[in-house]
Design a protein around this ligand. Structure first.
Ligand code: BG6
Length: 483
């Protein structure tokens, strides 16, 4: 696959069986069913198709189809019409439900038979199996799939979502187990941030615009900031969230992946292994100083009342970290990451502040490259504008939204599922990069424990704890707020 194939229409080959484990859960309803519908709307599916929900709850085919249809209609309510109704009606004929226990070989034997009846074809099907289940049931399912489906002899592709383990040791153990039962080519470690168009665009943008790439070199950059802030609290996910906290939930994969995509060397070819290797090289070079000015934690007011089990919890719902990259070209560039819940708005973006001339006023605004992921997907280059003898505060902005065409009209999970079907792995994580991410995050978590750091309580709807500004101490930098 080459860079220029990115916009072409790819149709999944016949026959396809797409299983969703945990099909009665929230992730399936919020993300996966709408993504499947988007693929159907773009006519990406083959004739011989079975979309099969597997879950423990007893449910009739009709009820499952209704759940599927409701989630899709709800998701696309602003653009729903007769055409969408037709697509959905025809898709629903291929939607099925199977109820079984995740650790029962008997149930998996029955499930295999069930699939044979639902997708009849002379060809061997391609199986996509998506895991939308809590971490503790992943291994039982993988064990049964390995026992019943003979994965090494069949085209079975497993799509696993983070968290991949809970630290470096457990991630290594998971990979050891997986490598025993499956080939690496069958494993797709999904981080939905790599399904965001603005994140994916970083590769072709840097590859095709040498001028942009030379701006994005360590020696030109004063600092990098990546922010992912949201107004939602943890809600019903409190049980899961309290175990992990926002550093493991959002920083460990999402923000580190964005950082790696921005700072990695661009490989001259676009083979997935090469892209993964370059991201891994960055992740392996990350450095965290065990200094209380390099880490700020917060917890929103009211978090402890979310559930009685968390009434004494010190789990962080906000985190800001300062890192650096231990490489010749990068080691001088401070990197600031922050993420938090129950904040004033939903905004996800990265800002690269470019260096100034030594004769420029330290107070003057820097030039910036800003890449927004939400609410807009756009790239902006902001330059200072001179007005006669006086420098105006204003900036000249070159700004381009990421166009929606072909694959890029699909939602994050739609794009990633299509990647799995066509065997494109550039936007999935390799095991070494997951291990490297845990390696640095384990150091942060260890520091929190040793230094006995407690989160600062912040009010819902504000910009987060004041402590986040300590990270900029001793510099002229400020957290940038795009307008
Ligand atoms: C998920 C986290 O992986 O990413 C959530 O578990 C977080 O806690 C979400 O809210 C953020 O994703 P996005 O795409 O809305 O920025």
């Amino acid at each position: 696959m080459t860079m220029t194939d990115m916009g072409s229409i790819y149709r999944v080959k016949d026959p396809l069986i797409f299983t969703i484990y945990g099909a009665s859960g929230d992730l399936a309803k919020l993300k996966i069913f709408p993504a499947i519908f988007a693929l159907a709307e773009q006519k990406r599916f083959p004739e011989a198709l079975a979309i099969v929900g597997f879950a423990r709850s007893q449910k009739s085919q009709e009820d499952f189809r209704k759940d599927f249809a409701d989630s899709v209609r709800q998701h696309y309510k602003d653009s729903w019409g007769d055409y969408q109704n037709q697509i959905l009606e025809s898709l629903l004929k291929n939607v099925h439900y199977f109820s079984g226990q995740y650790d029962s070989e008997t149930d998996f034997d029955k499930f295999k038979e069930f699939l044979g009846e639902k997708c009849i074809s002379k060809q061997q099907p391609q199986h996509l199996m998506y895991f939308s289940v809590p971490p503790f049931v992943v291994k039982p399912i993988l064990t049964q799939v390995a026992a019943v489906f003979e994965p090494k002899q069949n085209d079975i592709r497993l799509i696993l979502e983070k968290p991949f383990g809970s630290d470096e040791t457990t991630a290594q153990a998971l990979f050891h187990f997986l490598s025993h039962h499956y080939c690496e080519s069958q494993l797709y470690f999904l981080d939905h941030y790599l399904g965001k168009k603005a994140v994916r665009s970083l590769i072709p943008l840097r590859h095709m615009n040498r001028i942009l790439n030379s701006m994005l070199k360590g020696r030109e950059i004063a600092n990098i900031q990546i922010s992912a802030i949201e107004p939602m609290g943890v809600g019903e996910r409190v049980g899961y969230f309290d175990e992990v906290g926002t550093i493991k939930d959002v920083v460990q994969s999402h923000l580190l992946q964005v950082l790696a995509m921005l700072t990695m060397s661009i490989p001259i070819d676009d083979e997935a292994e090469r892209v993964q290797e370059e991201r891994t090289a960055i992740l392996n070079a990350l450095d965290f100083k065990t200094d209380t000015n390099h880490l700020a934690l917060g917890q929103y007011e009211g978090y402890k009342a979310e559930d009685k089990k968390v009434k004494n919890s010190n789990t962080e719902t906000f985190a800001a970290l300062r890192l650096s990259i231990n490489r010749e070209t990068w080691h001088d560039v401070p990197i600031f990451l922050r993420t938090g819940k129950k904040l004033h708005t939903k905004h996800t973006y990265l800002v690269v502040e470019l260096k100034k001339f030594s004769f420029q006023d330290a107070e003057q605004e820097p030039n910036r490259v800003i890449i927004e992921f939400y609410p807009h997907e756009s790239i902006q280059i902001r330059l200072l504008d001179e007005d006669g003898a006086t420098l105006r505060k204003g900036e000249i902005a070159a700004s381009e939204s990421i166009a929606c065409y072909g694959d890029y009209c699909l939602p994050e999970h739609g794009l990633l599922l299509l990647d799995v079907a066509r065997g494109e792995k550039r936007f999935f994580l390799g095991m070494p990069e997951i291990v490297a991410s845990w390696h640095i995050i384990d150091q942060v978590i260890d520091f929190m424990r040793v230094a006995n750091l407690k989160p600062e309580i912040y009010k819902a709807g504000c910009e987060g704890p004041a402590g986040q500004h300590n990270l900029m101490k001793g510099t002229n930098f400020k957290w940038y707020q795009p307008s």
